[in-house]
Structures are given as structure tokens and as C-alpha cells.
Design a protein around this ligand. Structure first.
Ligand code: NAD
Length: 327
């Protein structure tokens, strides 16, 4: 059984590929390297540099490697950027995504694990957020992911495609070999640690008047290794004939921006100066998962996702690889 991992040169895809390989699975990676790093993909893993929307390329990969299932991570992922450049997001995530899923179906592939997001919920009325919460995204990024969820559901009805849409909350943390490193970096944990290393003078804190106890936005952080484990379980579930579903991947515990920074000061022993800026477009006040369904359906629970453990893993990785993937 060979698994196609799209976006496998990216952060979560790279760590999931690492874990799949460690479990003895055969994988092939497709990534356009728009945000990924070639160095993230092991040399002995077949790698294709191209777009998921390139149907001819996808058809060739599926045939050459006798692919039977797919984990589809490839996407543009920044909320703020999607507000400024929606066309780029809909064209990359939806237009290319539809072409890609079409190529899979055409080749007879019927099992897909899809990277969805808590951003599909928008500003939810109730916290914690269960999968049944109405979805009304606040950003084109969130819409692009919700549209892909609908595409997958329609293709199940029409073509029998079985999928698991995993709605991640905030991925963070690192393995020994792979951590989070984007350019530009918009995520809190790597930015906080860059300030701890003195690479930046201050961490920007976006918004201080949210309706939360300390006024800063609250998120549910999940260790990237726990996320990878959930994908492995989702693949097993589909192999055993499980029905298509939508599942949150979160811990059920939220941390505010200021709490993350305070925890990072303790983990690193360094002062981390902050600077307040206005809230970012498309950013809700609080996103915390009801994580019960992942436990019930996949038997998954996050084992490494407490905040100090997340920060420690990314801190160790950053100090080992001071220049990220460019060294
Ligand atoms: N990081 C998070 O906290 C988070 C939260 C919720 C959902 N997600 C989703 O998880 C997935 C992975 O996120 P990540 O943080 O690892 O992002 P990432 O940017 O590190 O990885 C995405 C990868 O996809 C590649 N890519 C983008 N468009 C492509 C295309 N058209 N064809 C081929 N490759 C393409 C990029 O080069 C990159 O390597 C994304 O779908 C994202 O929306 C991430």
C-alpha cells in the first residue's frame, strides 16, 4: 500500500511523513515548495516537485507508484494573507484541490485524509467547539477549507470516496529532526522563540481587547506529533471500512497569547519582550475544541500537547538548527 502525501515538504506533512515512514508505510511526496522545504523530505522518499492541480502529473504519480490512499496537506495556510489575497487562496486551495481530488477519483482511489481547520467555524457561539457547531468562516482561508469539505462529502455520495476531514486547531512543537519554520512566519510559537533567541527584538501581540480574561486571543495548541498520530489512526480507520467523517483535533484546553509567552519565558529562561498591535483581520477571539469525537472514533488523545512540552520541543529543535531548513 503506498500513500501519497501532498504538502509533505511542509511542517505538519513533513512530520506525518516521518511518522508514517517510522511505521513502515511506503510514501510518496508531492509539493510545489511554495512554502515547503526540500530538506524536510528524506532522500529515500520519492519526491515530486509540482502542484496538486497538475492533473497529468498527479495521474502519472498515482500510476507509477500504485497509490491507494492519500493524505492531502497541500494548501496555503495564512488567515491574514487570505483576507488580502483571496483569489490566491481560492485558486490554490479550492481550484487545485478540486482538480486533485478529481484525479484521485478518476484513478480509482477511494481513501483520503484531508487537512481541515478550526478556521471553518469562524467565531463560534459556544466554546468548546463540537463538530456539530455551525460553520461560518471569518476568512477566505477558512472558506477554502470548508468548500473542500463539501467537495469531499459530495464525492462520497456520488463516487463512494471515503474521507476523514481532520479539523486541526493550532499545530505547534517539533520532533528531533523537524520543526516549524516558515518565511514569513505568522505562527505564535516559532515567533516567540525567535524573540527568545534574540533574532527579533519583540513578539508582536495582535489585539489586546478581545473578550478573554487577559484581552489576548485564546487558541488550543496541539503537538505536531500528536497530529501525525491522528492521521495514522485516520488511515487505519478508513482501511477498516470506516465511514467518512469530520473530526476536531484539539486538546480542549486553551492558552491566551500572553500565557504562551509567559510559559516560553519559563521554558527558555530568557526575557521575551512584547509589543501590542491591532487585531488581525479574520482572527476570532477564542477557539478551543471539544475533543471527545476524536477519542470515540479514532481512539486518539493528545499525549504530548501540554504547553511546556510543545515549547521545549520546538526550542530544542531551533537551537539544534539555528537557520531552520536553510542549513
Ligand atoms: N499549522 C496549523 O496550525 C494548521 C491548522 C489547521 C489546519 N492546517 C492545515 O494543515 C495543512 C498543513 O499546514 P502546515 O502548517 O504544515 O503548512 P505548510 O505551509 O508548512 O505546508 C503546506 C505545504 O503545502 C505545499 N503546497 C501549497 N500549495 C500547494 C500546491 N498547490 N501544490 C503542491 N504543494 C502545495 C507548500 O509548499 C507546503 O510545503 C494545511 O492544509 C493547513 O491548512 C494547519
Amino acid at each position: 500500500m503506498t500513500i501519497l502525501v501532498t504538502g509533505g515538504a511542509g511542517y505538519i506533512g513533513g512530520v506525518t511523513a516521518e511518522r508514517l515512514k517510522a511505521k513502515g508505510e511506503r510514501i510518496v511526496v508531492l509539493d510545489d515548495l511554495s512554502r515547503g522545504h526540500r530538506a524536510l523530505v528524506d532522500k529515500d522518499v520519492p519526491f515530486y516537485h509540482g502542484c496538486v492541480g497538475d492533473r497529468a502529473l498527479v495521474a502519472r504519480i498515482l500510476k507509477e507508484h500504485k497509490i491507494e490512499e492519500c493524505v492531502h496537506f497541500a494548501a496555503l495556510t495564512y488567515v491574514g494573507e487570505s483576507v488580502a489575497e483571496p483569489a490566491r487562496y481560492f485558486e490554490n486551495n479550492v481550484q487545485q484541490g478540486v482538480a486533485f481530488i478529481g484525479a484521485l477519483v478518476e484513478a480509482g482511489i477511494r481513501r483520503v485524509v484531508f487537512s481541515s481547520t478550526c478556521a471553518t467555524y469562524g467565531e463560534p457561539e459556544k466554546i468548546p467547539i463540537a463538530e456539530t457547531t455551525p460553520q461560518w468562516p471569518k476568512s477566505p482561508y477558512g472558506w477554502s477549507k470548508l468548500m473542500m469539505e463539501r467537495v469531499l462529502a459530495s464525492y462520497d455520495c456520488a463516487y463512494g470516496l471515503k474521507f476523514m476531514a481532520l479539523r486541526y486547531f493550532n499545530a505547534a512543537g517539533a520532533t528531533e529532526a523537524r520543526g516549524e519554520s516558515h518565511d514569513p512566519e505568522t505562527h505564535l510559537v516559532p515567533n516567540v522563540l525567535a524573540a527568545a533567541l534574540g533574532e527579533t527584538t519583540e513578539v508582536p501581540v495582535f489585539g489586546k481587547n478581545y473578550p478573554t480574561p487577559d484581552g489576548t486571543a485564546i487558541r488550543d495548541y496541539v503537538h505536531v506529533v500528536d497530529l501525525a498520530e491522528a492521521h495514522i489512526r485516520a488511515l487505519d480507520y478508513l482501511r477498516q471500512g470506516g465511514k467518512s467523517d469530520f473530526i476536531n483535533l484539539g486538546t480542549g484546553q486553551g492558552y491566551s497569547v500572553l500565557e504562551v509567552i509567559e510559559s516560553a519565558r519559563k521554558v527558555t529562561g530568557r526575557p521575551i519582550p512584547t509589543r501590542f498591535e491591532g487585531p488581525r483581520a479574520g482572527d476570532p477571539a477564542k477557539l478551543v475544541a471539544d475533543a471527545a469525537k476524536a477519542r470515540q472514533v479514532l481512539g486518539w488523545k493528545p499525549l504530548q500537547s501540554d504547553m511546556p512540552a510543545i515549547l521545549k520541543s520546538q526550542w530544542e529543535w531551533r537551537r539544534k538548527y539555528p537557520r531552520g531548513y536553510s542549513c
